[in-house]
Design a protein around this ligand. Structure first.
Ligand SMILES: Nc1ncnc2c1ncn2[C@@H]1O[C@H](COP(=O)(O)OP(=O)(O)O)[C@@H](O)[C@H]1O
Ligand SMILES: [Mg+2]
Length: 249
């Protein structure tokens, strides 16, 4: 048994050998949004870039999936690391098999692959997310405004399936602040890298806050107050997925 309030040791950027940059507050990010030029100043989101982002997220989940199952052992049935890893491997398989399709079709194929995989609550939830993203992938290269709209569509469709609100100790607690930050940033800048960095920071913050909440959905809801002090594994996974987006973007 591990102690309930253990700090979670894994999520800093060393994994990819990338230097960790932190734009955890908006003012430091604003400096970046205004000033930065060059390789990191990606002004559009291409299909190819998003494929790389998803692959990077899948790698991170694979690397950390045991920790996610440990979290799920405290508040659920201990399988979340397995289900999210299986789900992200289904994403990778669909990317491999549908690489030549237009962006929207590719994301639809990803959604179908995810929904068909045996991934507990995770696969229908993330399947809905990818279906929402697909509806927003209006071209193979997206402007900042279109990227924002795609991610809003992903979250909207996810929430239709989820029904959870902020503070219910679910994936929404990471998805919602991440998407909000992404959309806000892309309203101010075309710099996708900076925007995804902010989104990842907000997802991480949102996931960390779940330890303060009682769960209203999923298996953890049967724990009542005893869930306090434990992070929600699903929210943590979503923060890892956004971390992957920010690293590859
Ligand atoms: N309705 C929901 N909306 C959003 N996230 C949810 C919902 N129900 C469960 N989850 C997420 O799913 C995670 C558990 O996933 P997983 O272990 O794969 O599924 P299962 O509960 O079937 O074992 C939870 O930590 C929570 O974040
Ligand atoms: Mg579980």
């Amino acid at each position: 048994m591990r102690p309930p309030n253990r700090t979670y040791p894994t999520d800093n950027g060393a994994f990819y050998g990338l230097e960790r940059r932190s734009y955890g507050n908006f003012s430091s990010a604003n400096g970046l949004l205004k000033g930065q030029k060059g390789a990191l100043n990606m002004t559009t989101l291409t299909k190819g870039k998003f494929v790389q982002m998803l692959r990077t997220s899948a790698d991170i989940i694979k690397e950390r999936h045991q920790l996610l199952s440990e979290l799920d052992s405290a508040t659920g049935d201990g399988d979340h690391g397995v289900t999210i890893n299986r789900t992200m491997q289904a994403v990778v398989k669909a990317l491999d098999e549908n690489a030549d399709k237009p962006f929207a079709e590719l994301l639809k194929a990803v959604a179908m692959g995810v929904m068909m995989c045996d991934g507990g609550s995770t696969s229908p939830l993330l399947g809905s997310y990818f279906l929402g993203l697909a509806s927003g992938a209006v071209a193979d290269t997206l402007t900042a405004t279109q990227t924002a709209a795609m991610f809003e569509a992903g979250l909207a469709n996810f929430r239709k399936t989820s029904k959870a609100d902020l503070g219910d100790k679910t994936m929404v607690d990471a998805f919602d602040p991440a998407t909000e930050a992404l959309v806000r940033a892309l309203g101010e800048t075309e710099n996708h890298h900076a925007a995804f960095e902010l989104a990842a920071a907000k997802a991480k913050e949102g996931a960390e806050k779940t330890s303060e909440y009682v769960a209203k959905f999923g298996r953890a809801r049967t724990m009542g107050e005893r869930a306090i002090g434990h992070l929600d594994p699903g929210a943590k996974s979503i923060s890892y997925i956004f971390e992957g987006f920010s690293k590859a973007c």
